[in-house]
Design a protein around this ligand. Structure first.
Ligand code: ATP
Ligand code: MG
Length: 757
């Protein structure tokens, strides 16, 4: 039996049609990616090309990795020579070979956003541009946009003449590009831009690659942008053996310049292109596919398609309308535990999807509480995110001013003109006389060589000292507001106004919700909430992060990152109007924006193979306040006979039996409304547990540790350390370890994988 026997007729046609342009336009789970990998195998088998003469481009590193694995599996020996990569990594390879032909050195550096921002700042200074009117990230976004449209600084200048504001962007673009070149550096967009430039200026080099790549394939073609389109047309210019696959219903990156016309106009650009449609879905149950089809058909601007499956009807889609986000997290985690116990599923059979990054916090905490290994894919765990670390560093510094790391983290964040040299001087002064960095800051008048920065240092000192004083008089919630206001942290992000900045603001809002949660819990216990208490609770969750290295993990990710992937069980969380579809898309009143969100929903639903669980919450704490959201219109677009909502009750009853004391069923509280016995946090500390009835005792009694206080233990990341304390920690033990490498850390025993030495 050959590997092609498992393909259906249309798939075979696509695999065997190797010559000339080919468009595979088909719905989710119809085997597009599978066709690509089989096509690679076929081309090699028929000796139409050597492995290194085939290029397969995918969208993300994860997708590239999966495609690589599938190709290796099909082809075996030689598979590793097939050029499987993302656009960016392909370009790096081209440029490392030839960039000297366009005036860079081959050893060029690749700049990240921070590096780029530094240069923008320089440019603004050099040209006397008012930073109040123009923000670095805004300018950077404009430059990126220009590059994605293949506009050089000169071309951009011509295109914006007469528009004052854009002329400023143009001047900075000039300076920026010149500086990059002088530094022999490329930013991320340049990787593509300069490759296209190289090929344009040196047709002889392009020709080499055109001749080399006899077959080119591109996955997720619906999300290519202008510069990617150009690059592909350059490379495929000679043989025109270009096979692109995609689904217009899954185009979800318009906000990053993706241009859906690239796929819709393929036949116009590549005359004589063959078009194959796939209609059979192999991934999902009938019920899941039905739901997806019902949702997407509400989009008016789409090519109608038929997508059916031979798979069984499967189970109904579970729908839960819960009271609050903690109930949601609890339900998801309970469900996973049940599946593992009863269904013999593994952790990695489960994906939890959400619309915004900030939603991960509550889910992560519940997973940690229940000792379930997880990994955030395509992003960073909540407590590892820069803005969360920054804000927590401020709080740590205010709480305890001898925290040198915290000082270093925030002394110039947001920027207040205190440079590295100044910090170095402060630090060596502090070390010389054996005081903390903040003490040195207080004595900065005595430190030689700080003259120019001295006013700024004092400004920072006064900020921290006055916040310290305010901490004594304010409620914790008000205090947090004050910190964010006085440090200008949120304002900076607001001024940036980029998508990334908005996501950071949402994350900080989520940290405020965490604080509100903590305050509520303490009030219920008739205890005074304190900053140090809050930091301690956070430290427990924050430190455990990223320690799971196995593949046996529950996957968490945004819907955007989920494209192309599949999982037996998928949870679609936060299905509420205002969250998904996003408030932004609703408020613009633009049907186009809602349609993009709907495509994202279609992507989400079609990730599920067997089991789809949809959850909406009636209320949700955002920025520390409880908000009430209506059910997502997308859920209403799913016919009710596909939904099973009866289990909500059952599960709720179940839960009540199991651990009604740890979690409340409803959370309508914010800081000012504090009903008793409600809204408990995920983490319990010792005095809190003492108040629990017996059945709610943490489950850590089952876990025995082979080390005791005083023992040496080894940790994957931090190395060897000494156990200082062992206490209860959710369903686990909280172990305090002193590591010479990083200092004292609080870890959860089981998740941290501590080993006795
Ligand atoms: N002919 C087939 N027989 C059996 N399984 C198939 C067949 N075609 C595809 N599959 C399986 O169906 C699933 C979906 O395939 P694939 O990921 O290639 O779809 P896709 O069209 O790329 O989906 P997406 O649009 O989500 O990227 C995979 O598990 C794949 O192995
Ligand atoms: Mg695919």
């Amino acid at each position: 039996m050959s590997i092609y026997d498992t393909l259906n007729q249309e798939q075979k046609e696509a695999v065997f049609h190797t010559e000339g342009p080919l468009l595979l336009l088909a719905g989710a789970g119809s085997g597009k990616t599978r066709v690509l990998t089989h096509r690679v195998a076929y081309i090699i088998e028929k000796n139409l090309a050597k492995p290194w003469e085939i290029m397969a481009i995918t969208f993300t590193n994860k997708a590239a990795k999966e495609m690589r694995a599938r190709v290796d599996h099909l082809i075996g020996h030689g598979g590793q020579d097939v050029w499987v990569s993302t656009f960016h990594s392909s370009c790096v390879r081209f440029l490392r070979q030839y960039i000297d032909q366009i005036g860079f050195e081959k050893s060029f550096n690749i700049y990240d956003t921070d590096d780029s921002k530094k240069i923008i700042r320089e440019a603004m200074k050099a040209q006397n541009i008012d930073p109040k009117q123009y923000k670095e990230s805004g300018i950077l976004a404009k430059i990126s946009e220009a590059k994605n449209q293949l506009l050089s600084p000169l071309e951009y200048r011509k295109s914006v003449m007469g528009d004052m504001r854009k002329e400023v962007y143009s001047k900075i673009y000039d300076y920026y590009q010149d500086r990059l070149k002088r530094n022999n550096a490329l930013d991320f967009d340049d990787l593509l831009f300069q490759t296209v430039e190289l090929f344009r200026l040196r047709p002889d080099i392009l020709e080499k690659f055109q001749n080399r790549f006899k077959y080119i394939m591109v996955d997720e073609y619906q999300d290519t942008n202008g510069v990617q389109f150009k690059l592909i047309s350059q490379l495929a210019g000679h043989y025109k053996n270009l096979c692109v696959v995609g689904d217009d219903d899954q185009s979800i990156y318009k906000f990053r310049g993706a241009d859906i016309t690239n796929i819709l106009d393929f036949e116009k650009v590549y005359k004589g292109a063959k078009v194959i449609k796939l209609e059979q879905n192999y991934r999902s149950s009938k019920t899941i596919l039905d739901a997806a089809n019902h949702v997407i058909k509400n989009n008016e601007k789409r090519k109608a398609k038929r997508l059916w499956t031979d798979n069984g009807t499967g189970s109904l889609i579970q729908f839960h309308h819960v009271d609050n986000e903690k109930e949601e997290a609890k339900l998801v985690v309970n469900h996973i535990q049940n599946n593992i116990k009863n269904d013999h599923k593994g952790y990695n059979d489960h994906a939890i999807l959400y619309r915004t990054n900030a939603q991960s916090r509550v889910l992560e905490e519940r997973l940690i509480y229940e000792n379930i290994p997880y990994k955030i894919f395509g992003g960073t765990s909540f407590y590892q995110r820069k803005e969360i670390k920054d804000v927590l560093a401020y709080l740590r510094l205010i709480n305890n001013s001898i925290d040198n790391l915290a000082v270093k983290r925030v002394i110039n964040v947001p920027r207040r003109g205190i440079g590295d040299t100044t910090v170095d001087k402060l630090e060596s002064y502090a070390n010389d006389i054996g005081i903390s960095l903040f003490e040195a800051i207080k004595e900065s008048d005595n430190i030689p060589g700080l003259a120019r920065a001295s006013l700024k240092i004092k400004g920072f000192k006064n900020l921290i000292l006055s916040l310290k004083a305010e901490m004594e008089t304010m409620s914790l919630m008000d205090f947090m507001d004050e910190v964010l206001k006085r440090t200008n942290y949120i304002k900076e992000l607001e001024d940036e106004g980029t998508d990334e900045a908005k996501s950071r603001i949402e994350n900080i809002g989520e940290l405020i919700s965490k604080l509100a949660d903590y305050v509520n819990k303490k009030k219920e216990e008739d205890e005074e909430p304190t900053l140090s208490g809050f930091l301690e609770e956070v430290a427990l969750v924050a430190d455990i992060d990223n320690l799971v290295e196995s593949n046996e993990v529950v996957v968490l990710m945004t819907l955007h990152s989920a494209k192309g992937l599949e999982f037996p069980t998928v949870f679609l969380t936060g299905m509420e109007d205002g969250l998904f579809p996003s408030y932004m898309s609703i408020s613009t009143g633009s049907e186009e924006d809602i349609e993009e969100e709907r495509r994202l929903c279609y992507v989400g639903i079609t990730r599920a193979e067997e089991e789809l669980v949809i959850i909406a919450s009636k209320s949700r704490m955002t920025h520390g306040r409880t908000q009430y959201n209506a059910l997502s219109r997308f859920v209403k677009e799913i016919p009710s006979d596909l939904l099973d909502s009866s289990q909500t009750l059952e599960l709720a009853r179940d839960k009540e039996d199991q651990d009604s004391d740890l979690f409340s069923k409803s959370n309508i509280s914010n800081t000012s409304v504090l009903p008793k016995q409600r809204d408990r946090s995920f983490f319990t500390n010792a005095p809190y547990q003492a108040k629990q009835p017996a059945k709610a005792l943490p489950k850590n009694e089952n876990i025995t540790l082979d080390y005791v206080v005083g023992d040496l233990v080894k940790h994957m990341k931090f190395g060897i350390g000494q156990v200082m304390e062992i206490g209860p920690g959710g369903a686990d033990h909280q172990v305090t370890v002193n590591f010479p490498s990083v200092g004292t850390k609080k870890l959860l025993a089981r998740l941290s994988g501590l080993k006795k030495m």
